[in-house]
Design a protein around this ligand. Structure first.
Ligand SMILES: Nc1ncnc2c1ncn2[C@@H]1O[C@H](COP(=O)(O)OP(=O)(O)OP(=O)(O)O)[C@@H](O)[C@H]1O
Length: 667
């Protein structure tokens, strides 16, 4: 009776064929992976200067040939010594010495050139990563955990010399002397021993090497897969060195809890890592060590015993053969100067190209209108003045109350920004903004109010091009704010976020951070510092505006929370002074006292007259001076108008305004 096959055709019926097919596809995958790796390395190598690459190749070639020359010359000296041939001894020992000297000279040169090549390739990679991550990618994409991980991994690796793409190029070039030595050893075996022994030696060396590098790449993959665990541990470690957190650790008395947490994480991490290491390296070590021992012994036997028995092998040839065989059997190891750099450097490059894949998608969504800067946006006009000229009010926001209190009317030169049907959601959560329509007229101030989580900061991020809308449209100067127009638009905006950055740099740099082209404008910097009430404080400092703002820096100082906020305000005012056309303040006075807040708004409106501004605030005393107030609730604008109109309407604005003013009066 014949066997009935029940499995699908090509599987149960033909096990032999299936194995062959699986083997063939594994080989194809292996070849494809090697080809990709070679292409990547070739591409990266081309980023270094050709003269440096040529120098590296020549030096590596010499470094590969010299040990072979050493084997030949030192082995040739043995029969010369035995035959008392003084001139031959002198010649061969002289050449052996020369080989040693050449190696001594070549080694430091190799290192020097390798550093140059690595630095050139890494500089290229850093430029590419930062250009894409900081210029093109939408913030939302960069905030995705996988992308944030890739970016963190890539930037950290670029700081670690042994893990950079330049290191991978250096590692690949450093393989050259190893392979030159292998080729030399194989030739020696062929000439002094036999052709078969030479072929065997080559096959064993390459197989062994392949096995070891494969095991190593599996180990690197296992190591990379634990990047999250490493980051968690690094976070706990870094907490201790962070001044604010170390203050908390003392106050909360959590040192031993933190230590325990770190030890537990570290034990779990090391345990997993060592299990992976044993699994991957143990097996390959046993298999390949046995192969090397057994096959290596057979090879030596083949290469030496036969000619020794025949009496045709001289002492010099025996020495050469033994050293050549040693070289071949020692080829099956991980080369510290190459393999680690190659594996980690390529992973870093893949992380960089991973970030680029996202930015590429952003570019692709740019609707082909690259490089178009919207009208009214871009470089500031020459001769920007600190206090802008008063301009007539816009038709639809001209209200006696608002204009009066804001110290003047606003320009009516049309809409700077129009927002229509704007929708936005983070990930798969419910929409944060749902159909926002808004017009920001040129030269007017608009305030957005709303409760916590209403979507105010999200709206700011969309208006400043940090996020792209899911639906709807933002127009700036009549032109759509496409990804390609974002960079130009951002150059004309000055934004103060709630969580503004306190740069560990000088006062000057902190103030000029939004207009770095004007870092030398010391008078302008001092003037805005005066305006925000920091003139006296900064004037007291020995180095004035060139004082670093951190106690962790020599001669540095620090500011109070409110003073930092004033400094951040100075930053945006300085940007306005140098031509920013759209000013956004997200909770600008949250850390100021009531008097400071009142003074700030008086000054702010005077200083920014003629500039289109958007203020986000919870404090009604701040927003009432704006030309237009929009109330945001649950992602929609529910009320809009001037302060007087909204109070007269008796809606949510009026209710909240009364509540706040009663509280202030009570206090
Ligand atoms: N990066 C983010 N990922 C996911 N959800 C977010 C993110 N940022 C904000 N959200 C959510 O979006 C909603 C709106 O947040 P947003 O910061 O815009 O509010 P807001 O009005 O500025 O609040 P607040 O007055 O408290 O600053 C909130 O529910 C918030 O939890």
């Amino acid at each position: 009776m014949s066997t009935v096959c029940t499995g699908p055709a090509g599987t149960d019926r033909e096990p032999g064929r299936r194995t062959r097919t699986a083997g063939a596809s594994a080989a194809r995958r292996w070849c494809a992976a090697r080809t990709t790796a070679a292409r990547q390395l070739l591409f990266l190598t081309r980023q270094a200067h050709p003269a440096d690459i040529a120098a590296a190749l020549v030096l590596h070639l010499v470094a590969g040939l010299v040990p072979i020359a050493f084997i030949v010359t030192s082995s040739r000296a043995i029969p010369a010594v035995r035959s008392d041939d003084v001139s031959a001894v002198a010649l061969w020992l002289g050449l052996t010495g020369l080989a040693v000297v050449v190696l001594q000279i070549v080694s430091p040169l190799q290192m020097m050139v390798a550093h140059r090549v690595q630095a050139e390739v890494d500089a290229y990679c850093s430029r590419r990563l930062f250009a894409d991550a900081l210029d093109v990618a939408a913030l939302r994409d960069l905030e995705a955990p996988a992308v944030a991980d890739g970016l963190a991994e890539a930037t950290q690796s670029l700081n670690n010399e042994s893990q950079t793409p330049g290191g991978a190029v250096d590692g690949a070039l450093a393989l050259m002397p190893r392979y030159v030595q292998l080729a030399g050893a194989v030739v020696i075996i062929a000439v002094q021993g036999s052709g078969i022994a030479a072929v065997l030696a080559l096959v064993i060396a390459l197989t062994n090497r392949l096995g070891q590098t494969r095991a190593y790449s599996l180990w690197v993959a296992a190591y990379q897969a634990m990047a999250g665990e490493r980051r968690r541990m690094a976070y706990l470690r870094d907490m201790v060195s962070h001044p604010k957190v170390s203050r908390d650790i003392r106050v909360l008395r959590i040192r031993s809890w933190l230590q325990g947490r770190y030890s537990a994480d570290s034990d779990a991490y090391l345990g997993t890592l060592w299990r992976a290491r044993r699994r991957i390296s143990g097996r390959s070590f046993v298999v390949y060590a046995v192969v090397t021992l057994v096959a290596g012994t057979g090879l030596v036997t083949l290469a030496i015993v036969d000619p020794v028995l025949a009496g045709t092998l001289s002492l010099g040839s025996l020495s050469m053969l033994l050293q050549a065989v040693m070289l071949c059997t020692a080829f099956g190891v991980i080369f510290p100067e190459s393999d680690s750099k190659l594996q980690f450097g390529r992973t870093t490059w893949q992380a960089i190209t991973g970030v680029e894949a996202i930015t590429g998608a952003v570019r692709a969504s740019g609707t082909g209108r690259m490089g178009r800067v919207p009208q009214g946006v871009g470089s500031p006009g020459a001769g920007a003045v600190l206090v802008r000229p008063r301009q007539p009010p816009p038709a639809d926001v001209s209200h006696a109350g608002a204009a009066g209190r804001s110290g003047g009317a606003a320009a009516d030169t049309g809409d700077l920004i129009t927002v229509s049907g704007l929708h936005y959601r983070y990930d798969d959560s419910r929409p944060v903004l749902r159909g926002i329509d808004l017009r920001l007229r040129q030269g007017t101030s608009t305030a957005v109010i709303g409760s916590n989580g209403a979507g105010k900061s999200t709206l700011v991020k969309l208006l400043t091009g940090l996020y792209l809308p899911d639906e709807g449209r933002i127009r700036v100067g009549g032109e759509p704010l496409t990804p390609s127009a974002v960079a130009g638009w951002q150059r004309s905006t000055a934004v103060l976020f709630q969580d503004f950055v306190r740069y560990r740099l000088t006062v000057r740099e902190n103030v000029a951070m939004q207009s770095v082209a004007h870092l030398d404008d010391s008078a302008g910097i001092r003037e805005v510092l005066e305006r925000v009430g920091l003139g006296t404080r900064i004037g007291e400092l020995a180095r004035g505006i060139d004082t670093p703002l951190s106690r962790l820096v020599t001669d540095g100082t620090d500011l109070s929370g409110g003073q930092w906020q004033r400094l951040a305000l100075a930053r945006v005012l300085f940007a306005v002074h140098h031509g920013a056309r759209f000013l956004v303040l997200d909770e600008p006075t949250a850390q100021l006292d009531a008097r400071g807040e009142a003074e700030f708004y008086e000054d702010f409106l005077a200083l920014t007259r003629g500039v289109t501004s958007l203020v986000i605030s919870h404090r009604f005393s701040s927003v009432r001076r704006a030309h237009t107030i929009a109330s945001l609730e649950h992602g929609r604008i529910t009320e809009r108008g001037t302060h007087e109109e909204l109070v007269a309407r008796g809606g949510t604005y009026e209710r909240l305004f009364r509540t706040q003013s009663t509280r202030y009066t009570d206090e």
